[in-house]
Design a protein around this ligand. Structure first.
Ligand code: MBD
Ligand code: FE
Length: 285
């Protein structure tokens, strides 16, 4: 581990993730009726009351919870907490109507407007970027089978040490982040490196919960994508690799069998090649 990464603390990446999320997310629910707000708030609270009564939660436990919740906020770990333990059910409900790909959670480390690489190219990476090279080809289509030219494939992922640019210090701003645009046949070709399994920060409040509960902090290695095309629903997904020891116990519960890549060794021995495409649903009328 390099000196660069020694300062990749939960608080540092948490503060970055929180700062990025502070844009105006409340605007999207401005018209929500009071009845719905009341219903959702009440049901969440009822679930909490049920847990307290069933398990006779004590004052010491209540006070520990209070202190812990405060520390989640102070450490900037609400994006991490929510994306790891809640988002997968939001995603499940949001995409259950789809005929095309359903995808999986976004997680806390997406950054919009990554550099454009056209239909074919390498993601920005350091001169000696560690990790096995991966060449990924695919096509973006609509549910009727037609190719989607000009679709955007935004890719972001951790490096071979498990660190994300803009959230861990010392990495070039757009390292392993890029935007591809499909060609006239809806096709793209991406050259990158395989990411490492990812351990969520263990030195903050989320790490405290994990340790206290005897859980582990691992996500399997994954590539994040957002695939978009005019008139179609945005697809947010992650792709995984067979054989990863955390595919079956992802802390973020975000692995699905249809999201497995199976890279084949490249004929020239320079890493792996894989084909994987995306089917987008037309926007609902
Ligand atoms: C990640 O990289 C991630 O994808 C999720 C869901 C949570 C924490 C870190
Ligand atoms: Fe991730």
């Amino acid at each position: 581990m390099t000196a660069t990464h020694e300062t990749a603390t939960a608080a540092a990446s948490g503060a970055n993730a929180t700062e990025r999320f502070k844009s105006d997310k409340l605007a999207g629910v401005a018209g929500t009726p009071k009845e719905r707000v009341s219903l959702l708030a009440r049901e969440v609270l009822e679930a909490v009351y049920g847990t307290i009564r069933r398990h006779k939660v004590t004052y010491d436990e209540y006070n520990a919870l209070k202190a812990w919740l405060i520390s989640v906020g102070e450490g900037g770990e609400w994006p991490l907490f929510l994306d790891v333990w809640v988002e997968h059910v939001i995603e499940e409900v949001a995409t259950e109507h789809r005929q095309g790909n359903k995808g999986t959670i976004e997680g806390p480390y997406y950054v919009p407007d990554a550099p454009e690489q056209g239909a074919r190219g390498s993601v920005p990476m350091r001169e000696n970027e560690p990790g096995t090279p991966l060449t990924w080809t695919g096509q973006v289509t609509s549910t009727d089978g037609s190719a989607l030219a000009g679709a955007k494939v935004e890719l972001w992922h951790a490096d071979a040490d498990g660190f994300y640019s803009q959230f861990a210090p010392g990495l070039p701003e757009w390292n392993l982040r890029a935007t591809f645009t499909t060609d006239a046949d809806g096709k793209f070709e991406i050259r990158t490196v395989r990411p490492a399994p990812y351990q969520i920060p263990t030195d903050g409040a989320c790490g405290k919960l994990i340790a206290a509960a005897g859980w582990h902090a691992w996500r399997p290695a994954h590539l994040h994508v957002k695939v978009s095309a005019p008139g179609h629903e945005l697809l947010t997904a992650q792709l995984y690799f067979p054989g990863d020891e955390h595919n079956d116990d992802d802390i973020a519960s975000a692995v699905k069998p249809e999201l497995m890549l199976s890279p084949q060794p490249a004929s020239d021995g320079s890493g792996g090649t894989v084909e994987y495409g995306f089917i987008l649903d037309p926007e609902q009328a």
